[in-house]
Design a protein around this ligand. Sequence first.
Ligand SMILES: Nc1ncnc2c1ncn2[C@@H]1O[C@H](COP(=O)(O)OP(=O)(O)OP(=O)(O)O)[C@@H](O)[C@H]1O
Length: 245
Amino acid sequence: MTEPIIRMSSVSKHFGSKTVLDRLDWEVNAGQVIGLLGRNGAGKSTLMECLLGLRETDLGSITIFGEETGSLSEAARARIGYVPQSAELFEWMTPVQMLDYFKALYPRWNEDKVRALLQRWGFDTLMRERAIGKLSGGEKQRLSIIRALGHEPDLLVLDEPVSALDPVGRREFLRELVDGVIERGTTVLFSTHILSDLERVALDVAFLKDGRIALQGELDTLLEGARRTTGQPLSLEDLFIEVTQ
Ligand SMILES: Nc1ncnc2c1ncn2[C@@H]1O[C@H](COP(=O)(O)OP(=O)(O)OP(=O)(O)O)[C@@H](O)[C@H]1O
């Protein structure tokens, strides 16, 4: 069997007396595209930050590409793309300057793809030369996604990547995810509260509840299983309420 891309074993994380991750075990295999779901405050961002070594865990072990997350090699880091919930971009730079900066950091940078995405996602000449601090929330989020896609990561971690995007932007992002990313065999983990988007891409979903992965599986299979149990067709929203309440 091939090694999972992500392996989390008995991972715990507390903030003061609050337990956010509670001996969580999780494996994600190469090429899986997983929507991470959970109520507000369930710990999705915390899980992603711990996974990427941006936050220390209290207990447990985490590996990405078989390497301990706390001591990832440069080569492994270069294979990971991350879009945080609030884009921490270089506000004083222009989009072009920021992308040039990241281009220099990564051995694998697809300039053609970056240019095509800038074009497609509305970054005209004026916007490319405006300070990032002056872009709207949705424009910053688009730029953050372009930056993460630019170096063609093998693992893409996206924390609510579409929360600031309008419906057209969300659809374009999903199209890019399906056409450009999933086809390359990229492993994708993304959190979202917009269930209709997940239903459109029809991939795996994982529910985080009480600090653990309470349920995971292929979306259609989970819905079919729920239908058989209840005798009623269920939507993802119904399943979400059932699993996370
Ligand atoms: N730095 C911190 N200090 C103290 N508590 C924190 C900190 N960061 C997060 N928390 C708490 O940990 C819990 C999990 O937060 P987290 O942001 O991971 O949840 P989430 O599932 O991403 O939520 P949402 O869907 O609202 O974005 C919350 O109760 C939050 O208040």
